[in-house]
Design a protein around this ligand. Structure first.
Ligand SMILES: O=c1ccn([C@@H]2O[C@H](COP(=O)(O)OP(=O)(O)O[C@H]3O[C@H](CO)[C@@H](O)[C@H](O)[C@H]3O)[C@@H](O)[C@H]2O)c(=O)[nH]1
Ligand SMILES: [Mn+2]
Length: 759
């Protein structure tokens, strides 16, 4: 364990990003917003109802900005020094690594294979690691692919370790052609690894087309006559690390699991899968730390486990056990998520400077004990259970009630709580019990998902579990290594992105109304006040759709109705300054992270689109759930394997952007309802501008003065933000707005025009 001498340099350090200048900017914007509200109040009587609507919307925006300012007030992050680990720590702790997948079509198995290979190959003693893949799709194809991957791992893992390969996901590594001048043994090994990887990809591809032959193999019997929603538990050990030395021994344990599913049991999506993973791994390897990644998020930095250990072990040296989890930001190898990267960078560091970052679902190391429901108060200074906690947690009847009716499971829980990790001699031993704890009724009337493990009752199980942990007094740490620790993919702007954004907004809003709600927690739980505010900023995303939608329509309404939306005279300066400052500020945020002006513009546009078109639907989703009419659902995001073959075979001169796809980055549409609000907003603003330029305005009878250039500029701004929709009017196929959506939007727009001109 850890060496306690404190004269040595630290394993990790907290870095503060506090800036008085940025605080001043945040406060100035806040001040301007409040002065705008004040102005509206003063001129209430001279204006019509639209003034009140604008006031309400701006109150919401001001509140959001207040939350943002509080969240960003004292940004921080951690830096770790993995190279110091070996001299400080004699025996590294074990880590169980979890990968979840749910659908072989939406999540191509070769992507899962690459994620798994990148994890199996990390720089960490192989006998301290175990990789568990949970397959909610119960797919023979996924199992086949992983089985093939376990064979390839015996070439790949030693290769990565021997040559200290940086990127250990083969599909990314082989993007770069071999440099011919390299040493010959390396080139030989490189060629072998590449050939074997290509064979593996080919096998997976062939099996994707036709997997009937799998039926002939006994090993696949468990998959016969199963449906993803109707099958028994499957647990298969793909590779067992038996210790010793040799290339093969470089490969960690590797286990495939698929929990039982029956049509009449609710399975709680990813959270349910994670809880099963916790139990199976508890029975087999019972590591004190657990890494969780989504199936498309490969480890991009070989030292990632050591980096996380620098935090956990540094803390334990200081006899300070506050850190429950270490979160790495979700970074992406495609450019569909620039805005998420920027958001994480600023909001993420903001959280990190309060009580710690939010658990983001992927790229996170959890402490097993904390996941078993411990609060910070349950521990003594040396990290052992307090006597009160001992009687609370270790009483035999409460253990079975909380953790379920498996003696072996209870035994493993007790060992974890007492910090005696005690892995099995062989993984074959606990197979039977592992199947048992995967049964549908295993969790019935236990605390799984309520206070233990990943928490249920939200489709954003990450944000839900996260606040559960912070509410028990724990902190968390944010690590931002360069290069990024994990890289994944995001869907391009279009139906998939809308679906994902809706799920997020729904899941987040669900938490606002469940037991973990920060509205309750900030007064009676051990979460810090500012941390609660930061969570409220995130959880209310869905609600922001209403004022945003109204505000996108107000300029058009006012222009036609001939009523003032914006202040007159020098007071117009308030609005202009707020908008101008916000633009410069967000642009600076983008550019300081290396993104282009264009990327900033696309993101600003995407924000407006996702708020008004996708988050909007989270409100009916949550209302229907609260009324008990329907449940919220988790539809897995579609992932595609990027093209990898072209470059590597065509020699070193070929660059990635040799033949850029002319359609990349284009917004996609389909007939779903998501695109109705956006199309409607666009048409209304276009019509208002056209009407205004033709002098088609209602005669004003309010003292506040009618509308004019300011409102027209408002319309132009909205159109610029909905530019993908404007382009969609003229495009065909998936890049064009379907006629059905267009006609519905046009009908609504006509109603809107009649309403604006008439009332
Ligand atoms: O029934 C299910 C549904 C999903 N998953 C897995 O959950 C992960 C996340 O699903 P994905 O469709 O990729 O969701 P994203 O929106 O991309 O993911 C983000 O948001 C989710 C919550 O909405 C979190 O679970 C994720 O960790 C977080 O990265 C994937 O590995 C899935 O295979 C399951 O295991 N079982
Ligand atoms: Mn994902």
């Amino acid at each position: 364990m850890a060496d306690s001498s404190s004269s040595l340099p630290p394993l990790s350090e907290k870095i503060s990003y506090k800036s008085y200048f940025l605080r001043a900017v945040d406060l100035t914007i806040l001040g301007l917003l409040y002065s705008l509200l004040l102005y509206r109040v003063v001129y209430f009587n001279q204006n019509d109802t639209v003034w009140v609507v604008a006031f309400l919307c701006e109150s919401c925006f001001s509140f959001v900005w207040f939350l943002i300012t509080c969240t960003k007030w004292s940004p921080a992050a951690y830096k770790s020094y993995p190279e110091r680990l070996d001299e400080r720590v004699h025996e590294l702790p074990s880590v169980d690594m979890f990968v979840t997948t749910a659908d072989p079509v939406r999540e191509p198995p070769i992507l899962v294979v690459n994620t798994v290979l990148s994890l199996l190959a990390v720089n960490y003693p192989a006998n301290k690691l175990a990789c568990y893949v949970s397959d909610d799709g119960c797919s023979a194809l996924t199992y086949f692919s992983l089985k093939e991957a376990s064979k390839f791992a015996k070439i790949w893992v030693p290769f990565c370790k021997k040559y200290n390969v940086r990127v250990r996901a083969p599909f990314r590594y082989f993007l770069n052609p071999l440099d011919v001048t390299e040493d010959s043994q390396f080139s030989k090994d490189w060629e072998i690894a590449k050939r074997e990887y290509e064979k593996l990809s080919q096998k997976v591809e062939d099996a994707t087309g036709d997997s009937h032959w799998l039926d002939a193999d006994d090993d696949y019997e468990a998959f016969s006559n199963t449906k993803p929603t109707d099958h028994s538990t499957i647990v298969k050990v793909l590779w067992e690390n038996k210790g010793g030395v040799g290339d093969k021994e470089e490969v960690p344990h590797f286990v495939y699991v698929s929990r039982e599913k029956r049509p009449n049991y609710f399975h709680h999506y990813k959270a349910g899968a994670m809880n099963f993973l916790v139990r199976v791994s508890g029975l087999m390897t019972n590591a004190p730390y657990m890494l969780n990644v989504d199936c498309d998020m490969y480890a991009n930095e070989a030292n990632v486990v050591r980096q996380a250990m620098c935090i956990f072990l540094q803390k334990s040296m200081n006899s300070n056990y506050h850190c429950a989890f270490v979160q790495f930001p979700q970074d992406f190898y495609d450019s569909n998520a620039d805005e998420l990267t920027v958001l994480q960078s600023y909001i993420g560091r903001g959280f990190a400077g309060i009580q710690g970052p939010m658990y983001a679902g992927s790229g996170c190391f959890h402490t097993r004990r904390v996941m078993y429901g411990l609060s910070l108060d349950d521990l003594e200074d040396d990290g052992s259970l307090s006597s009160l906690a001992t009687s609370k947690f270790l009483a035999e009847e409460s253990l079975a009630k909380d953790f379920g009716n498996s003696k072996e499971m209870v035994k493993s829980v007790v060992e974890t709580l007492q910090r005696k990790s005690n892995p099995q001699n062989t993984l074959a031993n606990p197979l039977k019990v592992a199947e048992e704890v995967g049964q549908c009724q295993y969790e019935y009337q236990t605390s799984w998902g309520k206070t233990i493990g990943w928490l249920y009752d939200s489709t954003s199980e990450d944000a839900n579990t996260s606040i559960g942990i912070h509410s028990r007094g724990w902190t968390s740490s944010y690590l931002l290594p360069e290069p990024p620790a994990f890289l994944g993919a995001m869907p391009p702007g279009g139906p998939e992105a809308m679906l994902q954004q809706r799920r997020w907004a729904t899941g987040l809003l669900e938490i606002l109304f469940n037991k973990q709600s920060p509205l309750i927690g900030m007064f009676c739980l051990k979460i810090r006040f500012r941390q609660s505010l930061a969570y409220i900023y995130i959880y209310t995303w869905g609600l922001r759709s209403i004022p945003e939608l109204f505000y996108c329509l107000l300029p058009a309404y006012c222009l036609l109705h001939n009523s003032a939306l914006f202040p007159k005279g020098i007071y117009l300066g308030i609005i202009l300054t707020v908008v101008g400052m916000h633009c410069v500020y967000t642009l600076w945020e983008f550019m300081s992270l290396g993104f282009s002006v264009y990327s900033w513009y696309v993101s600003q546009s995407f924000w407006r689109i996702k708020i008004t078109c996708s988050w909007l639907f989270s409100i009916p989703d949550v209302i229907l759930k609260l009324l008990g009419i329907s449940k919220t659902v988790f539809i897995v995001t579609k992932k595609t394997m990027p093209e990898t073959k072209s470059r590597s075979t065509s020699g070193p001169s070929q660059q990635e952007d040799d033949c850029p796809d002319p359609n990349s980055g284009k917004f996609e549409f389909d007939g779903s309802l998501y695109f109705l609000p956006g199309t409607f907003i666009l048409l209304v603003n276009l019509a208002a501008l056209a009407g205004y330029s033709m002098g088609l305005q209602r005669v004003s009878n309010y003292g506040g003065g009618g509308s004019g250039l300011a409102e027209a500029c408002g319309c132009i701004l909205v159109i610029m933000l909905f530019l993908p929709f404007l382009k969609g009017l003229f495009e065909k196929g998936k890049y064009g707005i379907p006629l059905s959506t267009l006609s519905k939007a046009a009908f609504l727009a006509v109603l809107f025009l009649v309403f604006s001109l008439g009332m």
